[in-house]
Ligand binder design. Structure first.
Ligand SMILES: N[C@@H](CCC(=O)N[C@@H](CS)C(=O)NCC(=O)O)C(=O)O
Length: 223
């Protein structure tokens, strides 16, 4: 059976978890606590870079969330999460890459602020981050156009990748009210079983927040 090594708070892992659910595959979840499980020799043998997610398919391991999504799509093509038309396929790939390379990095300072990390209150950095996020959202909204999903009338890998990041923005003090089409798309996604099943609970988020705050305070103290 497929095994997904993940953590319920990791948006990189959540992409794969959602794809497995959307494809209605049988799989086993293996929880990796990121305060050391990822450094154990058995885990490093699968991913020497000590990152989740890892998908193990018998003795074949795949790392990197986008590579795992492609593996699942190729091995289990139905229901399809990729369009065939060249332009639509390009839209899906652009959304995946822009989310990972532009949007997620722009969101990081907002996440640090929400976590209450020391030094995260720099208002100039936060403004710059918000500006980059809005550039990303405008671009994504243009690619969405009037369709319900990116590049298709059906859910695609682009929706999964962007849909693990964009819906977090209102929690990060970045409301989506100015982006009506994206906002409606978020509403559509969060109704889906796969999003509801993988949504981290507020208790998990709070526990993570206080663990990280203690860790950061200890680090500062030791400097
Ligand atoms: N590019 C990788 C990024 C994976 C990644 O950064 N995972 C984080 C959790 S979200 C992790 O495992 N961090 C623990 C560590 O690096 O030790 C992917 O898309 O799979």
């Amino acid at each position: 059976m497929l095994k997904l090594y993940h953590n319920p708070l990791s948006m990189n892992s959540r992409r794969v978890w959602i794809a497995l659910l959307e494809k209605q595959l049988e799989f086993e979840l293996v929880d990796i606590k990121l305060d050391g499980d990822q450094l154990q020799p058995e885990f490093l043998a699968m991913n020497p870079f000590h990152h989740i997610p890892v998908l193990a398919d018998e003795d074949f391991s795949v790392i990197e969330s986008l590579a795992i999504l492609d593996y699942l799509e190729a091995k289990y093509p139905s229901p399809s999460l990729l369009p065939n038309n060249p332009q639509d396929l390009a839209i899906v790939r652009m959304v995946e890459m822009v989310t990972v390379n532009e949007l997620v990095s722009a969101m990081n300072p907002l996440i640090s602020q929400m976590m209450g990390f020391p030094g995260s209150e720099d208002s100039q950095k936060l403004e710059q981050a918000k500006h980059k996020v809005s550039t990303g959202l405008e671009f994504l909204q243009k690619l969405l156009g009037d369709r319900p999903y990116f590049g298709s009338d059906q859910l695609t890998l682009a929706d999964i990748v962007a849909g693990c990041s964009v819906p977090l923005l209102p929690m990060l003090d970045f409301p989506l009210t100015e982006y009506q089409k994206l906002n409606a798309w978020v509403e559509r996604l969060i109704q889906r079983f796969a999003w509801q099943t993988t949504q981290p609970t507020p208790e998990l988020i709070e526990a993570f927040k206080s663990r990280m705050q203690t860790l950061m305070a200890q680090r500062q103290h030791n400097l």
